[in-house]
Each structure stands twice: as C-alpha cells, then as structure tokens.
Design a protein. Structure first.
Length: 408
C-alpha cells in the first residue's frame, strides 16, 4: 500500500487487528507485533534462565526494546484514524466507540490471566495488598501500597504488565490530545499543520524525557512518572509522527519514501547495529538503576524501533527482505495472538525458570514458547476473537427495533 493510501477497509481482516471502518489497514504491523512480543519473551527467559553477562547475555537482557516497539505501534495505529480526515480520509472515530474498542481489546484477556493465576496455587499472580490496583490496571502506581515490580520481580504479580498501565494512560489521553491538536492546526495547509504538530510532539517529548530522567530521576517503574505516559511520551510520539507523515503524504512517494520502498534493508540493518552497540554498552541487566544508562536506553531504543517500523509504514506494498519476513504467515499469526503471548509468557517462564534454576537458557526458551503459544492461541480463539467481533458493532438495546420501525 502506498504511503497512507486507502485500502478497502472491508477486506477480510481479523477483528483483533481490523482498523476503524473506512480507514486503511497496515498488515505488516502484525509481523511487527510478533517481533515485539518475542523480544519481551526472550528477555524474561534470559532473566529467569540466568543468561549471564556475556555478549550474548547482554543482547538478550536488553530485549525490553520490545516494549518500545509496542508503544510506537500504538502511537501510529491509534492516532492515525483521528487525523485521517485532514487529508480527505475517513472521519475520526467517536470517543465512545474508541473507548469500547480499547476496553474489549485489553481487559477481558488480562482479567482471564489474573483469574487463572489466582485459582492455580504456586503461580505468580495477584499479591494480597495490590489486588484492586492490579485488576484495575493501576498496580504499578504508588497507590495503596501497590507492589513494587523492580525490587521483587518474582513476587509482584505479572510484572510485565507495567507497560499495560502506560498504554492505558495513553489511551485515556489520546482523544484529548487529538482535540487539542485539531484545534491548533485547523484551517492550515498540509505543510503547515504537519510542521506545527511535529514540533508540538517534539516539545512534549523533550518535556517527558526531562521529567523522567532529570526532574524525577530514578522514579522507576513504580513511580507515577515511570509508570505512566508521562515518562514514555517520546515512544508514542514517534509512532504518532509517523502517522502524521503517512496522512500528509497520501499516495505520493517523494524521494525518501521511494528510497524506503526500494531499499528497506538498510533501515533494519542500522536498527540492528544500533541495538547491538547500545546493548553491549549497558550493564547486563534490564533493570537499569543509573539515570544515565536509563536515558541512553530510552533514546537508543526509540531510534531502533523507529528504524524497524519505517518499512512497515511506508510503501508497505513494496518488496525487500524486511517486508517479506513480516508477511510470512507464521509471523503474522504470532502477531495476531501476540497479546496472549505477552500476558501468559511471564508466569510460564517464571514457573519453569526459578524453581528449576538448573535449566539453561535454550531449553527454558523452547519450553516457554511450547507452553505459551498454545495457551495464547486458545485465549485468542476462545475469548479474544469472539469478544472483538463487537469492536465495530453497536450493542443492541431493548426497543431498538421499535425505534427503527417508527423512524421508517
């Protein structure tokens, strides 16, 4: 699909990844989700499997970059429908519909995991002091003595879901930001509204970085800054910036987009090289304490994720090895069930890894994947997919048929 081009929204697409009606779908993002979730999975296997501080160990222990990729994906896919009408695209989704889709996408599968982990003894799940916060996706905030998912990672429930709390704060803020931005750029030419909003995103990103790493130094994932959108605006903003450029370009392919279409490999090669350099320069742990190390990881991961995403956003109907990989049916399917993989893998890896510390990294990885993927598939086909069919359906209320008859 050309940059920002309109693809028929009615083409068959799983409800979990279908865009709002009349908005284009970006199918390569399914593969990007697979990359992101397996990065997170391998990271936790490395932690529980005690992968060590070798070169390979460092490369594994900084795969929390998968979270960065997820945040950029959210920034792009959720913001683009709010701005498509600026270039003659479909209207922005209604706030109520948007909220319904987000809740259906996140909460049912998340609640299922928590319920199962409560019922089955011996699994990490809901700490006694933080059950309400955890079920409400507030559990990484310092509210009511909630669990600290840094110092006692094996005892704080589903520690990886700190990122869901950040995502939730982004979901809540995005419609208000979209309204503010629309007011600021109303009546401006394409070049002017694009430039104005890119500057706005850059200013807010700078403020977020300063707040997270300078003003609220070492807040950690349990802090309000480090556990909400306040500390991660840059990552979402990069995805939102890609959405702005995509909408502004429409079907046009200026020289840069033509280069992305013809030569996507250099973008991924540069991303891999930057990741390797960053991972080897940082301490052999994903739980960085030093603010300087945190800042390096934050900025470097942002650029790596951006480079990985560019070929999936622009000229995604072109060829090249990155796009061929993202188009592989297995990769796309793993992306489709990626939310279940994200939710379930942590408890599986922890259960296998901590009690059986004699397991080496590779056997633990294979066992975690072998157990997690079927569970995630079952979660998707039995729970997520049936519920997500209501994403774009109006739930019928008593009296609807009578009102329609009267209207006729």
């Amino acid at each position: 699909m050309p940059a920002g081009g309109d693809q028929n929204w009615t083409e068959a697409a799983p409800d979990a990844v279908a865009p709002p009606p009349h908005h284009p779908r970006f199918p390569l993002f399914d593969g990007m989700r697979a990359i992101a979730v397996f990065a997170v999975l391998v990271l936790h296997v490395g932690v529980f499997g005690q992968v060590g501080d070798s070169i390979a160990g460092k490369l594994v222990l900084h795969l929390n970059i998968g979270v960065t990729i997820f945040f950029l994906i959210s920034g792009f896919l959720l913001y683009r429908p709010f701005i498509a009408d600026r270039a003659g695209g479909a209207a922005a989704p209604a706030i109520g519909d948007y909220a319904k889709r987000r809740l259906l996408r996140i909460l049912p599968a998340y609640w299922l995991v928590l319920a199962v982990l409560i019922v089955i003894p011996g699994l990490t799940g809901v700490p006694g002091s933080g059950a309400v916060q955890q079920f409400a996706l507030l559990h990484t905030l310092p509210i009511g003595g909630g669990p600290d998912c840094v110092e006692a990672v094996a005892d704080c429930g589903l520690a990886q879901t700190w990122s869901l709390v950040v995502e939730f704060t982004f979901y809540a803020v995005l419609p208000f930001y979209a309204l503010l931005a629309a007011t600021m750029v109303r009546g401006r030419s394409t070049a002017r509204w694009l430039g104005t909003e890119l500057i706005l995103l850059a200013v807010l990103s700078l403020a977020s970085v300063l707040l997270h790493f300078v003003i609220a130094d070492n807040a950690g994932s349990a802090g309000v800054v480090g556990g909400t959108l306040l500390g991660y605006w840059l990552w979402f903003a990069l995805g939102m910036g890609l959405a702005l450029v995509s909408v502004a370009l429409g079907d046009r392919r200026p020289p840069f987009i033509a280069a992305v279409a013809a030569h996507p490999v250099p973008f991924w090669a540069l991303a891999v090289a930057l990741y390797v350099v960053t991972a080897l320069a940082l301490p052999a742990t994903p739980y960085l304490i030093d603010a300087g190390d945190q800042l390096v990881a934050h900025l470097s991961f942002a650029l790596v994720a951006l480079l990985l995403m560019i070929p999936a956003v622009f000229a995604d109907d072109a060829g090249g090895a990155p796009r061929r990989f993202l188009q592989q049916p297995l990769v796309a399917w793993l992306g489709l069930i990626s939310y279940g993989i994200f939710l379930w893998h942590y408890a599986v890896a922890l259960r296998l890894g901590v009690p059986g510390e004699h397991w080496s990294f590779l056997p633990l990885l294979l066992a975690t994947v072998a157990i997690t993927v079927p569970i995630a598939a079952a979660s998707y086909y039995l729970l997520e997919r049936p519920l997500l069919r209501f994403k774009y359906r109006r739930i019928r209320r008593p009296g609807d048929d009578q009102r329609r008859a009267v209207a006729r």
